[in-house]
Design a protein around this ligand. Structure first.
Ligand code: APR
Length: 231
């Protein structure tokens, strides 16, 4: 039976987790301002120096595990009362899920899972512990973070595209829109969809999006409250 509820897609980036204490990538003190992503988050880096890559991701696993969802994550979860909501996130933390969102698509993987270094489709739940050299999958290959490294294919892209095409409303939060193909998804939304972008700043505003500058924890609850009143 077709749902009578309208479809909302929420597209998120590191900025929505910033106020939960998780560092973004390209802000002034961002991760890629402190260290070179080429040494830490590429396929080559993993093959060349897995210990260094594991140390970087083990730090992020611990931080993500200790973080709490913020008011923006909770407001998005609330939308499910009256809308069919899909969260398409570039983030690898599980704060959307812990806030109560039930349909979260991770384009760039998840820190609360590990994968076989032989086969990315072989994944295991991983709850906050460090990944160590010598910990191996069922095929006796080294475990690694279940995250998409630069140079590897993004996950669930077709599904994300379809959801964006069918969205009645799109809310994009906390992304610099610097990384493709993720950022390009915003342009897949239909001309008829209401489209809002919340961020502190953005390189190029996608066409036909209303840009609201500011903090996610203030602006996202306000947009969601308006949409709940409308429903
Ligand atoms: N509220 C709203 N927006 C914020 C906040 C906040 N409190 N703090 C920061 N921002 C915004 C910044 O203005 C910036 O536009 O969030 C955005 C963060 O941008 P990036 O650090 O580039 O993060 P993101 O867009 O998610 O990066 C995409 O790059 O390295 C890869 O895989 C990584 O998924 C990541 C991808």
């Amino acid at each position: 039976m077709e749902s009578s509820k309208k479809n909302i897609v929420v597209f998120t980036g590191a900025g929505i987790s910033a106020e939960s204490g998780l560092t973004t990538f390209r802000d002034n003190k961002g991760l890629w301002k402190q260290q070179r992503l080429e040494d830490l988050a590429t396929k080559h880096a993993w093959e060349y120096d897995p210990e260094r890559v594991l140390a970087f991701y083990n730090h992020r696993i611990a931080k993500a595990n200790a973080a709490q969802p913020n008011a923006a994550h909770h407001a998005i979860a609330e939308l499910e009362k009256y809308y069919d909501v899909s969260v398409i996130t570039q983030n690898v933390d599980d704060l959307h899920e812990r806030a109560g969102s039930t349909n979260v698509i991770h384009l760039h993987g998840r820190l609360n899972f590990v994968q076989s270094s032989l086969d990315a489709s072989v994944v295991y739940p991983w709850h906050g512990k460090p990944i160590l050299i010598g910990q191996r999958c069922e095929f006796n290959c080294q475990l690694r973070p279940n995250v998409v490294l630069f140079g590897e294919p993004v996950l669930h892209l077709d599904e994300a595209r379809t959801l964006m095409l069918e969205a009645d409303k799109v809310l994009a939060v906390g992304s610099s829109l610097s990384v493709q193909p993720a950022a390009g998804l915003l342009n897949e939304a239909s001309a008829h969809a209401e489209k809002i972008l919340i961020s502190k700043e953005v390189k190029t505003k996608p066409f036909d999006y209303q840009f609201i500058r500011g903090n996610a924890t203030e602006l996202v609850p306000s947009v969601c409250a308006n949409w709940l009143r409308e429903s």
